[in-house]
Write a protein that binds this ligand. Sequence first.
Ligand SMILES: *Cc1c(COP(=O)(O)O)cnc(C)c1O
Length: 425
Amino acid sequence: MIGGAGVSSALARPARAVVDLDAVRHNARLMAELASPAALCAVVKADGYGHGAVQVARAAVAGGASWLGVAMVEEGIELRRAGIMTPVLLLSEPPLEAMEEVVRSSLTPTVYSEEALFELSRVARSSAARRAGDAGAVRVHVKVDTGMHRVGADPEDVIGIVSKLAAMPELHLEGLWTHLAAADLAGEAARELTRSQLQAFERCRAELEGIGVRPEILHVASSAGALAYPESRYHMARCGIALYGYLPSPGLADLARLAPGDALVPAMRLEAEVSHVRRARAGEGVSYGIDYRLPDDSVIATVPLGYADGVPRALSRSGGEVLLAGERRPIAGVVTMDQFMVDCGPRSQVRRGDDVVLLGRQGDCEITADDWAGILGTISYEVLSRIGARVPRVYRQGGESSLALGQEPDPGGPGRRRGESRMDE
Ligand SMILES: *Cc1c(COP(=O)(O)O)cnc(C)c1O
């Protein structure tokens, strides 16, 4: 990986992911207003779906998010090291060995096993002295699996876990939650599954109420639930993909309860400069292998991004395109590790240094992560989160740009808000 803070921008490769933090803020505001009075938890796992967790977290908080969600303890620590003090929910149960760090970094753990509960209790007790003067009990969210069967406690076991937790003064049950498996899909079977998950969650909540336990924060919805199932919003919506400007699935467009004119704005643009131009004849090959042959004489432009950067090798085989000189042009031959080629057509005036857009707008044309996802048989989430760490990120905010090489959080970066301070480590 190139970069790390301090690498001269003169060494930056002529390719970049431009992240529009104003778009993230706009999308967060839109989702916060939609979910209101439920709170917005901005999900910034996987380095903010490839956009940069720290920068996205700040923009989302500025747009109205009051929680952040991450998959891993390390991701939570990265936010704390950058000075972000917003509550951070761990969306999976932390490994037992990580509980100490969870408590030390004031991350909010999700728990669904007794082992994790007991370990967390032990750590909370042993560190009680160190946290003296702090808010006291460690806040915990219990997750119940209502039908997705990924992680979460069996609904029948929740009462047992919660009863034990209620007897531990060093812990406080702040949240109860579940995750929907098919809220992004249209069609009766998906709606039926969603309804049954919501009912299972309701039963669970009622059962806890029966023993006098009422967690303050019930949460079920991710972007899809927040958009399409108002009854799933409860006290908080955990939104990821919508913050980055995409619907969870293109099919959700008809179900999403966004007011007309309230469009989500894609936050990432992927662009590069042509690094080489060659003329080639009809029948000649391009890139590795012997299968791809130019249909006609043409001008071939090379683009310095490849599959190691998150431009999938398969993109070329199934009609992948880029924008060049305001037009769509086909990728020619397979994408290689660091570069790929574009068929610019026989009369192209393309020159080295010209701008190529892989994701984003140029002139009247636009290519989105949903377009790639359609070609590749995947979803925008995978396209975005795989844009590699080797691609320099440039952040735009309020008309200004700044370059962040590599994935080092930049504590002095432009998104830093007054009042945020570095946590003691
Ligand atoms: C990733 C994730 C989310 C965010 O989902 P989006 O569809 O991106 O809004 C919410 N909750 C959980 C548990 C997740 O793992």
